[in-house]
Design a binder for this molecule. Structure first.
Ligand SMILES: *Cc1c(COP(=O)(O)O)cnc(C)c1O
Length: 457
């Protein structure tokens, strides 16, 4: 049993419930604050942007939340996803560690993101919403939501960070194929976009700016459009727990249980997706398990940011969230892992990190691409640049296990394939990529501008 190479589940083993970690957290996350009044917000403040069911999930303290049958039906197109034992990688590393990975790149959009895009589109459809707006960085989230909206008959408007819009035309075309309208952000369709363009007509855009535009479009639509976010929020993280829940069943089949769970972190959703169902055992039974979120060294909110209230977008339209942040005006280097270039981390992951229940690691991009190429040459799957951060950490842990002669079991989330990211690999092969050590001034450029409440220890 224990030397299975590929561990697959039956369709009827797709989870029937999502796991809501809020129910098990001793220190509950602090409430989001209204951007104007700085008072805790209520459901009515979020109602212009989100359907009521998602707002309920956002604050729910129920441990398990039923996955609607219609959502599971769509999940069946690619779920359950496979889990593999990385035997070839283990051999090359000559490590006593057992390495397993869950592969989310088999989804239609090629990443974990459809796990939340589908329920979000579904709940909007159920509540009579016909149009959604969203932002996308490199295009992973935009294409996931375009796919989901197509399934439930919803029109989608995507604000895509300009530099990616210009450099990554294929993700845009994928969104177009699934029927979405895609705009290069900053646009002149919003006040936020116009004011950025006035300051800098050549602005390359950023995720924070694109969020401002998508939120503004929904908020000023008089209720005709709602907004959808692909990470960070509690309900998004919860939807992703199907990854970890499936992997627990797969680990059982392999007669194993992880000592270490690893995933890259942009906003926190794929890390939460794989790690929260394991943290359930740590929180309720005191099980000893290390969960490590890996961020790029050029956008190190978890390892070098501050835990304080900050906006989710650049303009300051979203509620203030208590999170590890580099400041909402922080502009990271143009590293190739577009999905990890976000200034803050989700409230839930931030609270867990603050409480010492999860760990964080920051890795430079050259080590990540090297790990990605090693992975492609051993396990054959070409990882997304974001995913290579997880792989680099796995290699570090496997090498440590070798030094210590420890038979660790490591599980990581291979959150997407890199087939649309070959230009990044090209730059790596051409020697064009460099590591960038953030200076003190760069690190504080965004933090110094924050005027929002600091969170006392
Ligand atoms: C979006 C994305 C990420 C980072 O986002 P999280 O919210 O942290 O999950 C990582 N990998 C891939 C492939 C992505 O598309």
């Amino acid at each position: 049993m224990s030397d299975l190479r590929k561990i697959i589940l039956e369709e009827n083993e797709i989870p029937e419930k999502w796991y809501n970690i809020q129910a098990d957290m001793k220190n509950k996350p602090l409430p989001p604050l209204h951007p104007g009044t700085k008072e805790p917000i209520g459901p009515e403040d979020l109602a212009p942007l989100f359907p009521m069911e998602l707002i309920k999930q956002e604050v729910s303290q129920e441990q398990w939340i039923e996955i609607p049958e219609e959502v599971r039906e769509v999940y069946k197109m690619w779920r359950p996803t496979p889990m593999y034992r990385a035997t070839n990688l283990e051999k090359v590393l000559d490590t006593p560690a057992k390495i397993y990975y869950k592969y989310e790149g088999v989804s239609p959009a090629g990443s974990h993101k459809p796990n939340t895009a589908v329920p979000q589109a579904y709940y909007n459809m159920k509540e009579g919403v016909h149009k959604l707006t969203t932002e996308t960085g490199a295009g992973q989230w935009g294409s996931a939501l375009a796919f989901a909206c197509e399934k439930f008959g919803i029109d989608l408007e995507v604000y895509m960070v300009r530099i990616s819009y210009e450099q990554k035309p294929y993700r845009k075309l994928l969104m177009n194929t699934w029927g979405a309208d895609v705009y290069s952000s900053p646009t002149d369709k919003t006040q936020g976009g116009k004011s950025i363009l006035e300051q800098d007509p050549n602005s390359p855009g950023s995720l924070g700016i694109a969020i401002s535009e998508a939120v503004e479009r929904a908020a000023t639509s008089g209720g005709t459009k709602k907004y959808s976010l692909g990470s960070v929020l509690n309900h998004v993280l919860m939807h992703q727990t199907v990854i970890g829940l499936e992997s627990i069943k797969q680990m059982e089949k392999a007669d194993a249980f992880p000592d270490i769970v690893i995933a890259p972190l942009g906003g926190g959703s794929n890390f939460a997706g794989i790690s929260f169902p394991y943290l359930h055992y740590k929180l309720t039974e005191g099980k000893d398990i290390r969960c490590i979120a890996v961020e790029p060294a050029s956008c190190p909110k978890l390892t070098k940011g501050e835990f304080r209230y900050d906006f989710g977008d650049t303009v300051g339209l979203t509620p203030l969230l208590p999170m590890y942040t580099l400041g909402h005006t922080f502009v990271p280097e143009a590293i190739h892992a577009g999905g990890l270039r976000y200034h803050g981390a989700s409230v839930l992951v931030s609270q867990l990190l603050k409480d010492g229940l999860v760990e964080a690691s920051a890795i430079h991009q050259l080590e990540c691409f090297k790990a990605g190429v090693m992975f492609a040459n051993t396990e054959a799957i070409l990882p997304a640049p974001e995913a290579t951060h997880g792989i680099a950490q796995v290699i570090r842990e496997a090498n440590k296990a070798k030094e210590e002669g420890a038979e660790k079991t490591i599980l990581f989330n291979l959150c997407g394939h890199g087939h649309f990211d070959m230009a990044a690999y090209q730059d790596y092969f051409d020697g064009k990529l460099e590591d960038h050590e953030l200076t003190y001034d760069e690190l504080h450029s965004g933090l110094n501008e924050l005027t929002t409440p600091k969170i006392e220890e």
